[in-house]
Design a protein around this ligand. Structure first.
Ligand code: PMP
Ligand code: GLN
Length: 396
């Protein structure tokens, strides 16, 4: 292994530097701009969940929990999968609690991929996937979602594109829906296509479902795992962070077959071993909240989206419709900016707002250079102020 004189970092991790989310939050802190970059809410989640955590600390749940997570949380996760999706998991062998979805994803990739194995990912690609694949010495194979066009209003995963990415080294398909950063939710035809390809090539599939409860228009979420032939080959990964607006707690989970969960557990136990003992008790209570509370969380997020959107439109950006998540993508080319990275670094000066350039989520950003991601997981009054500031861009 060669190491350059200016950095002790191994070459395969050099492209990663500081995450775009951390960089943009630092820019917001430095400039005092409204932070619509990193996806974290500016209000706390359901009060019952917060109080349950305080209670758990006072009750003395402050030492290492069991390696796979406390039994009440594993039971609550299994019950949540049954209640929402009709899926049946044994909490003893088919559920693993992790340090957020991030650790679940990294542990799964480390457990299942060897040097040179290929992982098919949707592009734009969430940053931690590419880094985790590099940690495993595996190789990412991006499949670009087709962008919205005059004839097709939304993003779309085309089966032909997915098939073209499969080789005899393909080990994993890593699917994220609802998708960060586009807000695209895979529809029935796209899910069928993924299932067909996975079964045909006998692939393991990881589904990153951290936004499972943040779909708009009252649309129900359909996990890929529920399709024929998928339960035995899919690892469902999710997290309490986004659903309950508690991104700092880092309580995530994996549900799959006993064999796949055992494999991920082996890697996971040497990453963090365990985490968040009192928060595990609180998330167990959160997952048991009535359906209507979950629906209220997605309605609230949709209402926040509706506050920000007019600002982007009034600024003259081309807005790509979002179907869920915390995010919306806008093309700033109509404003005369062809480089989103440059635009985002200048945005605090231009109008006192921070956003994330979506171009960084592409291996080759050709055709995506002017796309910007705005987060709307903020209080309506903050979003209204941001919308007004952004609308002012047009007159500059
Ligand atoms: N996957 C996606 C698509 C995300 O947007 C995020 C950010 N929440 C994560 C994974 C990481 O989740 P966690 O904070 O639970 O590690
Ligand atoms: N998931 C969050 C986002 O997409 C960021 C999480 C992080 O900073 N790693 O903005």
């Amino acid at each position: 292994m060669t190491r350059s004189a200016d950095s002790p970092l191994v070459p395969r991790l050099r492209p990663f530097g500081t995450t775009i989310f951390a960089s943009m939050s630092a820019l917001a802190a430095r400039t005092g701009a409204i932070n619509l970059g990193q996806g974290f809410p500016d209000t706390d989640g359901p009060v019952e969940v917060l109080e349950a955590a305080a209670r758990a600390i006072r009750a003395g749940h402050n030492q290492y929990p069991p390696g796979r997570g406390i039994a009440p949380l594993r039971e609550a996760i299994a019950e949540h999968q049954r209640r929402w999706y009709g899926l049946s998991y044994d909490p003893a062998t088919q559920v693993l609690v992790t340090a957020g979805a991030t650790e679940a994803l990294t542990a799964a990739i480390l457990a299942l991929c060897d040097t040179g194995d290929e992982v098919v990912v949707l592009e734009p690609t969430y940053d931690s996937y590419t880094a985790a694949i590099a940690l495993a010495r595996a190789v990412p194979r991006p499949v670009r979602l087709r962008h919205p066009s005059a004839t097709e209003p939304g993003y779309r995963l085309a089966e032909a594109d997915l098939r073209a990415a499969i080789t005899d080294r393909t080990r994993l398909l890593l699917i994220n829906t609802p998708h960060n950063p586009t807000g695209h939710v895979l529809g029935p035809d796209e899910l069928d296509a993924v299932a067909r390809v996975a079964v045909e090539h006998d692939l393991v599939v990881i589904t990153d479902e951290v936004y499972e409860h943040l779909l708009f228009g009252g649309r129900p979420y359909v996990p890929l795992t529920t399709l024929p032939g998928m339960a035995e080959r899919t690892l469902q990964i999710s997290s309490a962070g986004k659903t309950f607006s508690i991104t700092g707690w880092k309580i995530g989970w994996v549900c799959s077959t006993p064999e796949l969960v055992a494999a991920v557990t082996t890697a996971k136990q040497f990453l963090t071993y365990v985490n968040g003992a009192p928060f595990q008790w609180a998330v167990a209570e959160g997952l048991a909240l009535p359906d209507e509370r979950f629906a209220g969380l997605s309605r609230g997020m949709e209402a926040q989206h509706d506050v920000l959107l007019p600002g982007l439109v009034a600024a003259g950006m081309t807005v790509h419709p979002t179907e869920g998540t915390y995010f919306v993508t806008a093309d700033v080319a109509p404003l005369g900016y062809d480089d989103a990275v440059d635009f985002c670094w200048r945005l605090p000066d231009l109008c006192g707002v921070v956003a994330v350039p979506s171009s960084v989520f592409y291996a080759d950003p050709t055709g995506a250079r002017s796309l910007v991601r705005f987060a709307f997981c903020k209080r309506p009054e903050i979003l209204a102020e941001a919308a007004e500031r952004l609308a002012g861009l047009r007159t500059r």
